[in-house]
Design a binder for this molecule. Structure first.
Ligand code: OXD
Ligand code: MN
Length: 610
């Protein structure tokens, strides 16, 4: 027996950590090859049990990866401080690796598939010496769902092992799901190979590579969520978007929520907002009191990713492939998102927040008054006047969906839920009204495709500039964007009754720079209009950009908003819309000759309406 075959982590475990006797031979072969390449000191196969989680956390504490928090206040919660150079997704170091550049398209970084494998082989060779290699089997999607996908992640990070245990259905269940999918024992079963090493966490040697045609992800040099928890952005969006195009379904960067009306009728809505535009807040929205009293309830199916397919009745159905939340913490508090606060109050991992003297955590916006002192996210003493942020602007919590007090009962339903409305939204301080509805699916796809948003801290780069972010998927489309847009247009043909499509902007500001809409729970008012429109109940007037509520069509009772204020919030200036169309040019030029003709038609129609 070689050293690498022995599982010595965690000590004393009864067979825990060794390969299950019935592991699929194709999986075993791949793990053996990776082990040979990476040369770890130990190999540990995760089973997903609660005992294992405890052991992994204890091991992480021993390694200094996790700091236990105040267990009275935050039972089961730990703090992790990442390397200062590794605090967000690294889009410039993220690659789609295919035989030809054209398959990755003009919006992705491309690497030749053979060159990528050879470069990565060099980086991974011996990379896990002195470390433990964890084998993490996981399922994306409710068990037994037609869309559920199995992945196996190999990593040398205990932080990744624990977080994958929260974010996915991890462990034994994955082997069962793989067996359920069955197939010919001689044929490799469909599973995504995910190979990850933090390496030396050097941005010069950081590569997040996707091989859609091989259903493979290889990530080196980063421990950050989106770069390292490979089930999330890498599998559930980039690889899944490609699989979806091949297999006629859709993987989208969307939240999924249920809204139950006082009459008990529930409507499910999916919404695509770019990173850090409040998807988690919207998905966990608490309606204003009068709505709650009237009997409205909002429930969360997912806060970041949906997979959607057309069922045999021609309806668009959706599941959330994830089993946890990886949410942004700054700005979250008991007023802005009480449900998120409850989610992260137990069994959660905090990454890059500040540590209070009593073992509690803090971040900007958690309380009105900052603490007198704390340890900041880099581990240094912090006081309010020190001129630095206590928590990193992209600090995160990882929490199980089961903690969510408003988790939708269908969250684990393999058949998912029927989607009645799709909402696109961005962070736009000017030009774009609070809400409008697309004329039809094709127009809605154009709205989604030309979505723009002011950039935030979730990705590295400049903050505050309008970036075109088609369907909020720009960093996540695992193939050529032209084919992706064509796929969206074509999905219409498969549906008998398609969801209505809307555009929202919670972030419009007046000339004094003040937000014109209160946002948060009050977004319920907009949601109600959207639901009523989807059910054919509410009125709207036709405008050049779509259907819009008039003052009086949307419930503003209790908001003290005058007709003039509402009209300013919904106002359209033709010159601004023209400038907006010019702003879309950047994307249109990138797509150049490959722009789907439907996009050109929709733009021409818009111009003709102005
Ligand atoms: C995320 C992101 O972490 O979109 O969800 O960046
Ligand atoms: Mn996201």
């Amino acid at each position: 027996m070689t050293n690498a075959d022995k599982s010595t982590v965690p000590a004393g475990a009864n067979h825990r950590g060794s390969a299950p006797s019935n592991v699929n031979p194709h999986v075993k072969k791949w793990v053996d090859e990776a082990t040979k390449l990476c040369q770890p000191d130990n190999v540990y196969w995760c089973d997903g049990s609660p005992e294992e989680k405890k052991d992994l956390l204890a091991r992480g504490v021993g390694e200094g990866v996790f700091i236990p928090l105040n267990q009275q206040k935050l039972p089961g919660c730990y703090l992790h401080r990442s390397n200062g150079n590794d605090v967000a997704r690294s889009e410039q170091l993220t690659f789609i690796c295919t035989p030809s550049e054209d398959q990755a398209g003009p919006t992705n970084n491309w690497m030749d598939v053979r060159q990528a494998y050879s470069k990565l082989k060099g980086l991974f060779s011996g990379a896990m010496k002195g470390r433990t290699l964890y084998v993490i089997p996981f399922v994306m999607g409710p068990l037994g769902s037609p869309l559920a996908k199995v992945g196996v992640e190999i990593t040398d990070s205990v932080y990744v092992a624990v977080n994958m245990g929260i974010m996915t259905r991890m462990g034994e269940v994955a082997w069962k799901e793989l067996a359920r999918k069955g197939g010919d024992p001689d044929q490799p079963p469909e599973f995504t190979k995910c190979l990850h090493s933090v390496g030396d966490c050097n941005p010069e040697r950081r590569y997040i590579c996707h091989f859609p045609q091989d259903n493979t992800i290889i990530s080196f040099g980063s421990g950050y969520g989106g770069n390292a928890l490979l089930g999330k952005k890498c599998l559930a969006l980039r690889i899944a978007s490609y699989l979806g195009q091949q297999q006629e379904w859709m993987a989208e960067h969307m939240l999924l929520m249920g809204a139950q009306a006082p009459d008990g009728k529930k409507t499910y809505v999916a919404a695509a907002f770019p990173s850090a535009c409040g998807k988690t807040n919207f998905a966990m929205l608490i309606p204003p009191e009068k709505y709650v009293k009237a009997g409205w309830r909002i429930t969360t199916v997912g806060d970041d990713i949906v997979w959607m397919w057309v069922d045999k009745d021609g309806h668009l159905r959706a599941i959330n492939p994830e089993n946890g939340y990886f949410g942004v913490v700054p700005g979250t508090n008991y007023e802005t998102n009480p449900n998120a606060m409850v989610c992260m109050a137990r069994d959660s991992i905090y990454t890059n927040v500040a540590l209070l003297p009593d073992g509690d955590v803090w971040w900007e916006g958690k309380t009105k008054e900052p603490p007198k002192q704390c340890i900041d996210w880099t581990g240094q003493e912090w006081t309010p006047d020190c001129g630095r942020k206590a928590a990193h602007p992209n600090s995160r919590f990882t929490a199980p969906v089961a903690n969510n007090p408003v988790l939708d009962p269908a969250a684990n339903d393999p058949d998912g839920v029927v989607v009645s409305a799709i909402i696109f939204g961005g962070r736009r301080s000017r030009t774009i009204p609070l809400v409008f509805q697309a004329f039809n699916w094709m127009h809605g796809v154009y709205l989604g495709a030309s979505l723009g948003s002011e950039t935030t801290a979730a990705a590295t780069g400049q903050v505050g500039v309008v970036r075109r972010d088609p369907m909020a998927m720009l960093p996540f489309i695992g193939y050529n964007i032209s084919d992706y847009l064509v796929h969206w247009f074509r999905m219409r043909k498969k549906m008998r009754d398609c969801p209505r499509i809307f555009h929202v902007n919670w972030f419009r500001k007046d000339d004094q720079g003040r937000f014109m809409w209160p946002g948060f729970g009050e977004n319920m008012r907009v949601l109600k209009w959207i639901i009523d429109r989807s059910q054919g109940r509410a009125y709207a007037k036709e405008t050049p950009i779509g259907w819009m509520p008039r003052y009086g069509d949307i419930d503003l009772d209790g908001l003290h908003m005058t007709k003039e204020q509402f009209e300013a919030l919904q106002g359209l200036k033709i010159d601004d819309i023209k400038a907006e169309i010019a702003g879309q040019e950047e994307l249109f030029l990138k797509l150049a000759g490959d722009l789907p003709k439907e996009m050109i038609f929709q733009r021409e129609l818009l111009i003709s309406r102005l």
